[in-house]
Design a protein around this ligand. Structure first.
Ligand code: NAD
Ligand code: SAH
Length: 416
C-alpha cells in the first residue's frame, strides 16, 4: 500500500530536523546501533500513532533499523509536520498523515495503519487500541501487544481492562519513572511555555498564570511559569495535590475565582470543561487560554463559540472571542495541546528517554510473546533503570554504589 502525505518534496527539511534530533538523542542512537545488529523486530509489523514530528520520526527509524515494517500515523490532527512525514516516506517507511486533517481523514489514517494487521501497536492516547477493538476484531490474534505513551491513554486502557474488553497486553509506558517524572513534568513544563511564548510573544513576568491541575504536567508547567517570573495560581480537585501546590509556594483557589484574575490559563488535567462558560464571562479583557492536556475539551470550546458575539484570528494559532460583556479572550491552538499544536513538543533529550522506554518495551513484548498472562503490563524495572543508567552516563555523571556493608545495613543481607 502506498503512503498518504501532503508533499514528498518537503522531505529535505524533514531530514534536517530528524538529523538534529538524532544528534541529541543519545539513547536512541545507541539503540539504533544495537538493533541494527540484533534485529529484534525482524518480520514484525508495527502500527504507530504518536505526534508525528522529528523525535517520533527518529523512533520510527530506530524500530525500522531493528527490522520492523513501520505503518505510521499521527496522534493529533495539528501536530503532524508534513516535512517530517515526507522524510519518512523518502526513507521507505509507510506514513498516513498530514497536518490539519479533518476528523474523518484522521480516522481513515488510523484505519490504514491497522488494516495491515499489526503485530505491535505503539499508541498515544488510545486511538489505535480503541479502533482495533471495534473495527478490526478479526485482526486481534495477530497482535502480540502494544505500548501506551500517555496518562489519558492509560486511563482508557484501565477502563477497558476492568470491563474485560482489552484483548492483548499493553505496556503502560507513561507509568515508567523515566517517562512521567521527566517527560510529563520537565518536558511539558518547558514545551508548554515554548509554545505559548513563540505564539504570543508576550511577557510572562509579573503576570498571573493559572495552572489547572497539579499532576506531573501541572507541576512542570507551574515551576517553569515561576521561573519566567509569573505569579502562579493552581486549581485542583485533589486536596493533597492542592496542599503540595501551596507548599511549593503557589496560591490555590477554585477556577471561578482564578478566572477573574488570570492573565494566562493553562489546563493540564485530563478532565472535561475545566474552564466553562461561567468562567469565560468573568475573565479579564485580553486573557490568554490554552490547554496541554490530552483532549481539546478542557477549555469548553463549544460553550465559548456559542456565547461569543464575534471571533477574529489574531495571529497564527491565536483566535480571539468577543464576549457579550465586551471583553476579548484569546485561545491558542484551538484548545488543543499547545506544546504540540503550536510548538515542536517536548525537547529531544526528553523524548530520547520516553522513546527509549517505548523501543525497549516493544522489544520486551516480542521477547515475551505468548508468555504474558495479564493485559496491563508495567515497564519492567530493569528497563527503567537501564534507561536511567545509560542517560546518566551520557550526561557524564556518576553516582555512588552501595558497599556490601551498606547493603547489609539497609536490607539485612547482601544480594549476590
Ligand atoms: P496527573 O494524573 O498526574 O494529573 C492530573 C491532575 O489534574 C490531577 O492532580 C487531578 O487531581 C487534576 N484534576 C483533574 N480534574 C481537575 C479539574 N476539573 N480541575 C482541576 N484539577 C483537576 O496527569 P498528568 O500526567 O499530569 O497528565 C495530565 C494530562 O496531560 C493528561 O491528559 C495527559 O495525557 C496529558 N499529557 C500531556 C502532555 C503534553 O505533552 N502536553 C504530556 C504528558 C501528558
Ligand atoms: N494523543 C493526544 C495527547 C497526548 S499528548 C492528543 O494529541 O490529543 C501527550 C504525549 O505527547 C506525552 O505523553 C508525550 O510523551 C508526547 N509528546 C510530547 N512531546 C512530544 C514530541 N515532541 N514528539 C512526540 N511525542 C511527544
Amino acid at each position: 500500500m502506498s503512503s498518504e502525505i501532503r508533499d514528498i518534496n518537503l522531505a529535505e527539511s524533514g531530514e534536517q530536523k530528524i538529523e538534529w534530533v538524532k544528534r541529541n538523542c543519545d539513547l536512541l542512537r545507541t539503540l539504533e546501533e544495537e538493533f541494527s545488529v540484533s534485529k529484534p523486530f525482524a518480520g514484525k509489523k508495527v502500527a504507530l500513532s504518536v505526534h508525528l514530528e522529528a523525535k517520533t520520526a527518529y523512533l520510527c527509524k530506530v524500530l525500522a533499523a531493528g527490522g520492523a515494517q513501520m505503518y505510521i500515523t499521527g496522534s493529533n490532527p495539528l501536530s503532524t509536520q508534513d516535512d517530517v512525514a515526507a522524510a519518512l516516506v523518502k526513507a521507505g517507511l509507510e506514513v498516513h498523515a498530514w497536518y490539519d486533517c479533518t476528523p474523518e481523514e484522521y480516522e481513515s489514517h488510523i484505519r490504514k495503519v491497522l488494516e495491515i494487521g499489526p503485530n505491535i501497536i505503539i499508541d498515544d492516547g488510545g486511538d489505535l487500541v480503541h479502533m482495533m477493538h471495534t473495527e478490526f476484531v478479526d485482526l486481534i490474534p495477530n497482535v502480540i501487544g502494544g505500548c501506551e505513551e500517555t496518562t489519558t491513554g492509560i486511563i482508557r486502557l484501565i477502563t477497558m481492562e476492568k470491563e474485560n474488553k482489552l484483548k492483548f497486553p499493553m505496556v503502560m509506558v507513561n507509568n515508567a519513572d523515566c517517562k512521567h517524572l521527566f517527560d510529563n513534568r520537565y518536558g511539558t513544563g518547558q514545551s508548554v511555555w515554548d509554545g505559548i511564548n513563540r505564539t504570543t510573544n508576550l511577557i510572562v513576568a509579573g503576570k498571573n498564570v493559572v495552572v489547572a491541575g497539579y499532576g506531573w504536567c501541572g507541576k512542570g508547567t507551574a515551576l517553569r511559569a515561576k521561573g519566567l517570573g509569573a505569579k502562579v495560581i493552581v486549581t485542583e480537585i485533589d486536596p493533597i495535590k492542592a496542599i503540595e501546590a501551596i507548599m511549593d509556594g503557589f496560591d490555590v483557589m477554585p477556577m471561578k475565582e482564578a478566572a477573574k484574575v488570570g492573565d494566562f490559563f493553562v489546563t493540564v488535567t485530563g478532565c472535561d470543561k475545566v474552564i466553562d462558560e461561567e468562567d469565560f464571562a468573568v475573565m479579564k479583557d485580553g486573557a490568554i487560554l490554552c490547554n496541554a492536556g490530552h483532549f481539546d475539551c478542557e477549555i469548553d470550546m463549544a460553550g465559548l463559540r456559542k456565547i461569543a458575539v464575534e471571533t477574529r484570528e489574531q495571529r497564527k494559532n491565536i483566535m480571539g472571542y468577543k464576549l457579550p460583556t465586551g471583553q476579548w479572550i484569546f485561545v491558542l491552538a484551538e484548545g488543543r495541546l499547545v506544546n504540540l499544536a503550536a510548538g515542536d513538543g517536548h525537547p529531544a533529550e526528553i523524548m530520547d528517554m520516553s522513546f527509549a522506554i517505548q523501543a525497549l518495551s516493544a522489544k520486551y513484548l516480542v521477547e515475551n510473546e505468548g508468555k504474558l498472562d495479564h493485559m496491563l503490563i508495567d515497564v519492567p524495572v530493569e528497563v527503567d533503570h537501564d534507561v536511567a543508567k545509560r542517560k546518566l552516563a551520557f550526561m557524564g555523571k556518576e553516582i555512588d554504589v552501595l558497599t556490601k556493608e551498606q547493603e547489609e545495613y539497609l536490607f539485612g543481607s547482601t544480594t549476590a
